[in-house]
Design a protein around this ligand. Sequence first.
Ligand code: FUB
Length: 615
Amino acid sequence: MKRKLLVLMLSSAMAVTALAGAVPSYAAGGSGDVVTEKVLNKSNTGNPVLGFDGEGNTLYGGDPAALVDGDTVYLYVGHDNSSGDSYVMPDWQCYSTKDMKNFKYEGEILKCKDVPWADSTSAWASQVVKYKDKYYLYFCAEEKTSKYGKCVGVAVSDSPTGPFKAENKPIVYDSDTPFINPGRGGAGWEDIDPTAWVETVDGVEHRYLAWGNTNHYIAELNEDMVSIKDRNGDGVVSFKSGDIERQTIKGMPNGWYFAEAPWLYRRQDANGNYYGKYYLFYAMYWREQMAYATSDDIWADEWDYGGLIMEPTATSNTNHMAVIDFKGKTYFVYHNGSLPWGSGFRRVVCIQELHFDKDGKIEYLQENSIGLTGTASTIADSKGALVKHRTYHNSTSDSAYPYTKVAVSTAEGAVTDDSMWEIEKGKADEDNDAYVSIESYNKPGIWLQVDDDKTVSMGQDYQKASSDGYTVDSKRMTFRTLNGFDKSVKNGTTFESVAYPGYYLTSKGGKLTVEKEPDAADCTFTISAETANDLSSMIVRKSDRTYEVGDKLATDDLRLTVVDEYDNTEIVYSGADGLTVDASAVNMKKAGTYELKVEYKGQSGTVQIRVLDRN
Ligand code: FUB
């Protein structure tokens, strides 16, 4: 989400209900008021979007791939089943969505142990592409004799949700490419992370497979989609003879390098046609940042570095993206370790919108907790100072993680990403409506917490949950919400620590602590939710339509161009949330000219419907 779109309305209150509670005498202030619980509207968590199985249990999974097939987006992950600090990945899993808001678990699509040549726990990164009504899952896994290390494989299915059947042999052996990466992973890790691309250029169809760790490679696929093309027709498929091309990226700054996780992409116009340059998204450096390069020629030796898209996430050492266009928007699908007990070995998928400028340059994307559907809020004390965490970049050094005690304070000044929070269900008891946990907007997976010395900081909920589903930090990261003790603050909220009942969140002199009997003014806060950006104009496309008497009126192919107050333009299609169509004035049984009314986020427009007599 763009920072400039985060318009904060200090007056928009979240409180909705009050329940009777205990009455600390100092807080009642002799006025006869009682302390009452307050139920805040909780944000839909937005990010992460996956991380569950069919029963709603936590299922970690990373290395997202995405496939747009008709009106559905399919998402694929490698299942993270590790309880330590190394990969244990037994299978690949699938989810689907039709609106990028509601995600359905589709189940396991392939077990690593069912790949004839692979071991059983290395279901590493993958991508599914559709070609002539079949679905091809390209993946990497460990060759089981350990002779080759990681290889690229392919499995085929008639359905995007599997089951997929793996070919008997890898499509790329580790030995097919000559370089090793002793600095990172050593020999045997070089041929991982496949990405595929099919496109017809000037009437000729090309099918590409690219992959790599440290070095990036590309080859062409035969029409069978399960073998590499002998490009120069010399009878052998090899790197030496040019069937596999090594590609470098020119202009990467700071000694950064191509790490892994390539994803090939090209932009699509409203009709689904590709245009502009090719984009190679990839993980750069360690800990992994997301970056991109561009080229006019997908086969080029050298691509041009485009820029940094995302710094290392706050909770995972790796990151791995998929980029897709769906219903007029471009989505950036990535992973972090933001679930409880999350890490680079227990990952989860997040989604945000990706924006391009007019020259096709990609705007920097701040990892955030609200994703496409959550709500960010500010929390201001009674003097208007905002609760904020210290400003920092996520470190590229492993030893900085997990972040367990990040300083939090209150300060006057403008709203920044560091002073935005997502108010969610309480970790200590999700069913208790008066409990909340407060997640950092720009450090997803990092939560406000009460430390043993009663200071307030923020940290990752990184420890393993016990059998009741709670981590040792669940209570420290949960607050009971009460109607503000300072009654002069309109719609104020007081937060009581669940780990330390009787201790209230307190802001004094820029410090944030919990205190036992704080002054009412020091423990009363105002929560302000982000509001959706207003639209400044809307144009209904294809706005004149002609029918004949008796025809069926179509309203499922509407397309609007909307412009918001910051001049951001967006295309909105039929079925979008908030789009309403009123056809009550249209009579398809009688010749005439009618108006179909279209409304979207406070803007309205019409489509002129002409109904002609049948010839
Ligand atoms: O999940 C295992 C490996 O970690 C992937 O193949 C890489 O992209 C990295 O995310």
